[in-house]
Design a protein around this ligand. Structure first.
Ligand code: FRU
Length: 497
């Protein structure tokens, strides 16, 4: 039975979404149907399609009572909205259906697990959220909440763990058909950890062990875990809150963390070996992955950062978009990310330049646009001193530009969106350490109206930022302090229908 709350949300979103013109949205990145979107939820392949659910407040372009929005796709680039899947309509989730995940059950139905939130009045008059894990079962469009919800609550927490920070269940199934689930938790040390729960049937869940503990190394609470095997390793993705900076690897505030290690499936033991940021730009958080039918591990993140949500005025009909789907691999203890290969089918209007010398500022005929896929190979000019700085500027006109610049002497790459039309005192720049000290560097830049994703050195690092610069600012130029050479291949990207 669809509740009144869900029916109202479904009705509202349908009318409200009609008021958003296609051109006001990104073209091939999933954006919220109407109102507000944060984390990707329930990212899955089900019934012959990819499903993406998301944290959703349809009524307002600000965070609010969390619903689950829903969209489906054949290629992860063309999305079709479905009616909202969950609304905060039960006694145990009336203050929000927070993040969660999806798996397919043996009988062909889809099982969702999400965090139910209840705000509880404290003795001092303050409110604190109590978080529990809840289930809903459905057919890909409509979902029925399980009558025995919640299935995990404070009784299922190890001693000392907070009932206020117990969220974001990510389920998967093992080859023997049993169910596993990784959930974010806050132990007594006040930082974060990921707990592992298991189930035989998907309905009855048991605490198994701590899969990974923060011990106050990477921020505090760990949100939105995802855990999978890839290229012979175990990979744990989490989004830590309250990070302290560490060199060029981690930054203040909400961040992303990838732990790579050995995983023993028999005992569910994960032994950490390597750590890194997932994205080195400004706007990327809470990613989730899916295994495609042909065996690729694909990740999508919320293309935003909690601390920079004010970049867009609240007086808009939509706020919140997802990142590009990124194909993952692990090489030499590092996570590599590349745009999903289906993107290549959207390429058109190829423009190629080879061996162009850049000293000062250079513009090239045919190189412009705000929905593009551009590959750049940068190298030092032979027989000359190593250049000091190379920059590519885009979303550019007389007043505005966003730039990606590189100083080989320091091996530092910087994204700078200071001149992107933002009127807020938020972070506009970010630096990261990359490989390219000899002045050789490969960049692949994908723009989609309101964002830039820069894949560095064949996916060794990615730098992501949103930009709300007016679309008429579509210029691109190259700059070198010193002398550099570049090869450029640029395509326009068009989603078409
Ligand atoms: C992360 C997060 C999750 C939570 C959701 C609420 O961005 O804080 O931990 O489930 O957002 O919308």
């Amino acid at each position: 039975m669809t509740s009144q709350t869900l029916r109202e949300a479904r009705k509202y979103e349908e009318t409200s979404a009609k008021m958003i013109a296609k051109e006001e949205r990104p073209d091939f990145h999933l954006s919220v149907r109407t109102g507000w979107l944060n984390d990707p939820n329930g990212f899955s392949y089900y019934g012959g399609k990819y499903h993406m659910f998301y944290q959703y407040n349809p009524y307002n372009a600000q965070w609010g009572p969390m619903h689950w929005g829903h969209a489906v796709s054949d290629d992860l680039l063309h999305w079709e909205y479905l009616p909202a899947a969950l609304a905060p309509d039960e006694a145990y989730d009336r203050d929000g259906c927070f993040s969660g995940s999806a798996v397919t059950m043996d009988d062909g139905s889809q099982l969702l697990m999400y965090t139910g939130v209840l705000r509880e009045r404290q003795r001092d008059g303050d409110f604190r959220e109590v978080q529990t894990q809840c289930l809903a079962i459905g057919d890909g469009t409509d979902y029925e909440k399980y009558e025995k919800n919640p299935v995990l609550d404070e009784k299922d927490l190890p001693e000392g763990c907070s009932r206020n920070d117990f969220r974001d269940p990510k389920m998967w199934r093992k080859s023997d058909g049993t169910y596993c689930c990784a959930i974010g938790s806050r132990p007594a040390d006040g930082s974060g950890q990921i707990l592992l729960y298991t189930s035989e049937d998907g309905f009855t869940w048991k605490y198994k062990k701590v899969l990974a503990a923060n011990n106050n190394r990477f921020g505090k609470m760990w949100e939105c875990p995802d855990f999978f095997r890839l290229d012979g390793k175990g990979v744990l993705l989490v989004s830590p809150q309250d990070m302290l900076p560490s060199g060029f690897e981690y930054h203040n505030g909400n961040g992303t963390l990838c732990l790579i290690g050995a995983y023993d499936e028999e005992t569910d033991t994960f032994t950490e070996q390597y750590d890194q940021s997932i994205d080195y730009g400004i706007d990327f958080y809470a990613p989730q992955t899916v295994l495609t039918p042909d065996g690729r591990r694909v990740m999508i993140g919320w293309m935003q950062n909690w601390d920079t949500c004010s970049i867009r005025s609240q007086d808009v009909r939509w706020f919140g978009q997802m990142s590009l789907p990124r194909e993952l691999s692990v090489r030499n203890g590092r996570l590599y990310q590349n745009p999903i290969r289906e993107l290549e089918q959207m390429r058109c209007n190829k423009v190629v330049y080879q061996n162009i010398s850049v000293a000062g500022s250079v513009s090239l005929e045919g190189i412009k646009g705000r929905r593009i896929d551009m590959e750049l190979i940068i190298s030092p000019e032979e027989g000359q001193d190593l250049y000091h700085k190379f920059a590519v500027r885009f979303a550019q006109d007389d007043q505005f530009r966003t730039s990606v610049s590189f100083r080989p002497k320091d091996s530092v790459l910087k994204i700078d969106r200071k001149f992107s039309g933002s009127r807020r005192a938020i972070i506009h720049q970010r630096r990261s350490l990359i490989n390219g000290g000899d002045g050789r560097l490969k960049l692949r830049i994908i723009l989609d109206r309101f964002s830039a994703e820069v894949f560095v050195n064949d996916g060794e690092q990615v730098v992501t930022a949103t930009i709300y610069t007016d679309q008429t600012a579509d210029g691109i130029s190259f700059f070198a302090d010193g002398a550099a050479r570049i090869d450029v291949v640029k395509y326009d990207l068009e989603a078409g229908v």
